[in-house]
Design a protein around this ligand. Structure first.
Ligand code: PYC
Length: 407
């Protein structure tokens, strides 16, 4: 992907020094979701008088901290349709953004270590196939053929691998580049991106959004989108909205880079491991959520030890691999493992949250659907089921295809 003449300097995005007194839309959060919403607002709806406010730097939150897995093998019809639209958008995104996102289709294996788990994976495969999603049950021979380095006996320390749910379109991408690409595309269309700009309060008059207070002054606006993984409850308190969100850290690590050997994305819910090899050669891996509520991005030895042990049970060849770095991100967890998206009881206040452990893969579709929702002031049909109101209507979307969580 060469930079074309159409995309002259600056190489990535404009960084205006000062805020304007008024915008049509203010987006709080310069992660993938906020930037994607800004991009589609400008590209699809011609709404360009938009400010994205980011308290840190773009892509520095959940977008840059996830393990970059993209898949659509979910279990609810609402979730599967939504994430499949995201996979479709991702497949064309490098071309759309004119930036190489290193999108790489790898095939995604969810391992089953017991007959009971195999039954669950078969159920998932049936639901996926019914919804037109490429996904099937495979046996140990197929797994070994595709991933010769795997130890199907798990070293005898864990129940052996009985089979897996195989999802061929499962992919990874360079997550930072997704944020940069959306930022650049939005900026080229007139959106302003203000980093190091914190929102301190939100002004409501007569039940409608009137403006946003920031550490750089007040901005008038009638529409605000909150797209701030980990900080949603901080923002919703400013407008007096209650959500059922609780925040847990999720940790991850990468090893030193090694020659490419692991093609697939491998997930074992029983061993609390998911691992893939990045385009740089690092093994990118993670486990379950930390089991306590906490707003902190510290990482722990406990996590690295536990994950390291389980990775060796699956891949004994990693005995000499060194961990290069580890980190944590913040997850807004919902009780039903589906996101909270769309309009709210406050006129002009929109929410894109509850991204738990499933947010990166939804970046394009959340941007597209939230942009439509803001432009039309009506929930896009793909996100209707995810509206905050489902919690008072007892109409949850129990998503058992979510990863890194205990169901
Ligand atoms: O949804 O595939 C996923 C995932 C993997 C790690 C965290 N979430």
């Amino acid at each position: 992907f060469a930079f074309s003449k159409e995309y002259p300097e600056p190489r990535m995005f404009n960084t205006p020094e000062t805020l304007k007194p008024e915008y049509d839309v203010v987006i709080i959060g310069g992660g993938g979701h906020g930037l994607a919403a800004a991009y589609y607002l400008a590209k699809e709806h011609g709404i360009t008088n938009v400010a994205v406010l980011e308290q840190g730097y773009i892509g520095g939150g959940g977008t840059g901290r996830n393990t970059s897995i993209i898949r659509s093998n979910y279990l609810t019809p609402e979730g599967a349709r939504f994430y499949q639209t995201s996979v479709d958008l991702f497949q064309d995104l490098s071309r759309d953004l004119n930036l190489n996102l290193f999108y790489s289709e790898r095939g995604h294996f969810t391992l089953a270590h017991s007959p009971a788990s195999l039954r669950t994976q078969r159920w998932r495969a049936e639901v996926n196939q019914h919804l037109g999603i490429s996904s099937r049950l495979v046996g140990p021979e197929f797994i070994k053929e595709q991933i010769p380095e795997i130890d199907l006996s798990c070293g005898g320390h864990q129940p052996p691998i009985h089979g897996a749910l195989y999802h061929p379109p499962g992919a990874i991408a360079r997550h930072d580049a997704v944020a940069w690409g959306y930022a650049r595309g939005a900026s080229q269309r007139g959106v302003e991106i203000h980093q190091k700009t914190a929102v301190t309060d939100i002004e409501i008059r007569d039940g409608a959004i009137a403006g946003v207070h920031t550490d750089k002054g007040f901005i008038k606006t009638k529409k605000v989108l909150s797209a701030v993984a980990g900080w949603t409850t901080h923002i919703t308190r400013m407008v007096g909205l209650r959500t059922p969100l609780v925040i847990h850290p999720l940790q991850a690590l990468v090893t030193e880079p090694v020659k490419p050997w692991l093609n697939a994305i491998v997930v074992s819910a029983s061993l609390h491991v998911y691992v893939s090899q990045s385009s740089r050669g690092e093994l990118v891996a993670g486990a379950s959520l930390d089991p306590y509520e906490l707003i902190s991005m510290r990482s722990t030895l406990d996590f690295a030890e536990g994950l390291g042990g389980h990775m060796l049970e699956l891949f004994p060849c990693l005995g000499e691999a060194k961990v290069l770095r580890q980190w944590a991100g913040l997850c807004d967890m919902t009780p039903d493992f589906s996101p909270i998206m769309g309009t709210t009881p406050i006129k002009g206040f929109y929410i894109d949250s509850g991204w738990g452990t499933w947010g990166f893969k939804a970046t394009p579709v959340s941007g597209m659907t939230m942009a439509s929702t803001l432009a039309r002031d009506e929930d896009h049909e793909l996100i209707r089921a995810f509206n905050l109101s489902r919690f008072e209507q007892f109409d949850l979307v129990g998503e058992k295809g979510a990863a890194s969580v205990g169901h």
